[in-house]
Design a protein around this ligand. Structure first.
Ligand code: UP6
Length: 257
């Protein structure tokens, strides 16, 4: 795990989006991302409004919305500016480059118009439609029980990211990728961000195979940013719960410096 501070990593990094991640985390004393998996624009924007002050990034699945429309995007952009958070659209692109390009820039969602980052899987080894102020994250493994994204798949994810480091800034991963990195030829100043989903104080997961870690466990296990969905948006007191996640994640980060 990185024992360097976010501000140190921001200063050393070349990529504008990576810099922005570390600078935001440092300024807000937060490594928290909320996964706002709501199904209406009103609920999504309410989440952005009340939780915005405690997060670096709002992770969206805009295809879950029953009423996605231009005002959804306007609202997201408004709150992202007001509360200084980025937008991560969790599309997990998986298709050939030509199709991903259309999904990313066009279609019903026009994702590149509002998402600072999106994630992709390496299944198709697609070429990535690149833009310097935007970035991609590679889905290196998964939280669900029995996931096939392990072993060689995860190793290939790291190799893919290294090949595309002009536009790939990190990984969605549950565990450290340090061993894989160490087994590959060293690249000076390489610094990918690890985003860990499946953050929840409950250890019991859900009925569909989800598995959880606490914020502290994730950060001790190499997470640079922790991503929590139901653990926060479905809590009785979302704001208090978000604050507690923020504190736990931040304290664990300070401990590893
Ligand atoms: N997500 C996972 N596991 C992965 C990758 N992504 O749970 O390996 C996403 C889900 C959801 C969020 O699509 O948006 O993270 C987890 O939500 P939860 O905290 O409510 O379980």
């Amino acid at each position: 795990s990185s024992s360097l501070s976010y501000s140190n990593r921001a200063a050393k990094h070349q990529h504008p989006v990576t810099k922005r991640f570390f600078e935001t985390a440092d300024a807000e004393k937060s490594n928290l991302i909320v996964s706002a998996d709501l199904t209406t624009t009103a609920e999504l924007l309410d989440c952005a409004y009340v939780l915005g002050p405690y997060i670096d990034v709002l992770k969206t699945h805009v295809d879950l919305l029953s009423d996605f429309e231009p005002k959804t995007v306007e609202g997201l952009k408004f709150f992202s500016k007001k509360h200084n958070f980025m937008i991560f659209e969790d599309q997990k692109f998986v298709d050939i480059g030509n199709t991903v390009q259309k999904q990313y820039h066009g279609g019903a969602l026009r994702i590149s118009e509002f998402a600072d980052i999106v994630n992709v899987s390496i299944l198709a080894a697609e070429d990535l439609p690149y833009s310097n102020e935007r970035a991609f994250i590679i889905l290196a493994d998964m939280t669900s029980k029995g996931s096939l994204a392990t072993g060689t798949y995860t190793e290939k994810s790291v190799e893919f990211a290294r090949k595309h480091s002009d536009c790939v800034i990190g990984f969605v991963a549950m565990k450290s990728l340090a061993d894989i990195n160490a087994s590959l030829p060293a690249i000076p100043n390489e610094d990918f961000i690890i985003f860990t989903t499946g953050i929840n104080w409950s250890s019991s997961g859900d009925k569909l195979g989800q598995q959880y870690k606490t914020p502290a466990q994730a950060v001790q296990g190499d997470a640079d940013f922790i991503i929590s969905g139901r653990g926060i948006y479905a809590a009785v007191d979302r704001v208090e719960t978000a604050k507690q996640h923020q504190k736990e994640g931040w304290d664990a980060y300070l401990d590893r410096l």
